[in-house]
Design a protein around this ligand. Structure first.
Ligand SMILES: [Zn+2]
Length: 337
């Protein structure tokens, strides 16, 4: 039988590659298959989970547009919005660079040893199409062999090293799925029937990965039972995530994490990682497990259980809620429990 032509619309496509490792620049090429005439684009000013306005657009530069042989003009409307003076009759290509040199879990980083980004820093929102499928293409840097990539997004056409094409149902899912790239340690376990993957960048050779996996698995099992437990061993309901990715960056000095729907980005001090061949683990390891527990608990408390103000995020300004005491307070109480 002849193949039916696909009725599914071509997704918005973001190609992310390294423009210059040493200048900390990502290059992004955004293809909009069916743009509006005069297409508006915005970049978020904040990232959900870290509620301060951070003006990610300050790191975006060299924005250019192409439409076939035409080069439509671009008007900047305000600090985070642009209007492309294009037609609606052909795919629109946007190309720009993003400066990535913030060591936090909130924005983006790129140097010779590692890359990391949230799509709130790298991916312009295509106004009028944010509910459409979005595709993220990760291109490995030519100068760095042996780099791998990881994200919580669903793989579409992905190579064994993790580079390739991923799909998101809409912009919210894209924005909620950070990406790690570089050379990292990785391990896997199952908890509550769910596949969990743990990647660690920057670990020392003495790092005891199996210990971290075993302890994290116990935390995940306890939390899945907390939210979904029934009588006996069976779960009373299904957890909201089908898989989960922990992304930990071990550094000289640092601590923090940001929760996402099926992943989390974490930073810890290298000295706080568990070590092989020692009788007692570093004091900071308990704190690290508390951080892991905290961000994982957010998979339910704030990522699914959330106030009406967060039902639909406005990425262009502050989103006020009076319930942060509940999200952060309850989560902080239960992370140590
Ligand atoms: Zn929190």
């Amino acid at each position: 039988m002849p193949k039916k032509p696909s009725l599914a619309a071509a997704p918005l496509h973001y190609r992310v590659e390294v423009a210059d490792l040493h200048a900390h620049l990502f290059r992004v090429t955004l293809t909009i298959p069916r743009p509006d005439a005069q297409q508006d684009l915005t970049l978020p000013v904040w990232i959900p989970g870290s509620y301060m306005v951070r003006e990610f657009s300050k790191n975006l530069q060299k924005l250019r547009a192409r439409q076939g042989a035409r080069t439509p003009g671009i008007q900047q409307l305000d600090k985070c919005s642009w209007r492309v003076l294009c037609a609606s009759d052909a795919p629109l290509l946007l190309e720009y660079e993003v400066y990535a040199f913030d060591h936090s879990v909130r924005t983006a980083w790129l140097d010779a040893s590692r890359g990391f980004f949230n799509c709130t820093s790298l991916c312009l929102r295509v106004e009028g199409q944010t509910g459409q499928p979005h595709e993220l293409e990760l291109v490995p840097p030519t100068a760095r062999t042996g780099w791998q990539a990881a994200t919580g997004l669903a793989p579409h056409k992905v190579r064994a090293n993790g580079f390739g094409r991923y799909r998101a149902a809409d912009y919210d899912e894209l924005a909620d799925s950070p990406v790690e790239m570089g050379k990292f340690w990785q391990g896997e376990f199952r908890a509550g029937g769910i596949a969990h993957r743990f990647i660690v960048a920057g670990a020392a050779p003495s790092f005891d990965g199996q210990r971290l996996l075993d302890d994290t698995r116990r935390i995940c099992e306890a939390q899945i039972r907390f939210w979904h437990g029934g009588p006996g061993k069976r779960l009373a309901s299904r957890p909201p995530h089908r898989n989960y990715l922990f992304m930990l960056n071990a550094v000289d000095e640092g601590y923090g994490g940001l929760e996402h729907r099926n992943s989390t980005a974490l930073i810890c001090g290298r000295r706080d990682l568990p070590r092989s061949g020692v009788t007692s683990q570093p004091e900071g390891y308990g704190t690290l497990l508390g951080l892991i527990s905290h961000e994982y608990f957010h998979t339910w408390n704030v990522k699914r259980l959330r106030p009406v103000e967060f039902a639909s995020y406005d990425y262009t300004r502050e989103n006020h809620t009076e319930l942060l005491w509940f999200f952060e307070g309850f989560t902080s109480y239960y992370d140590d429990v």
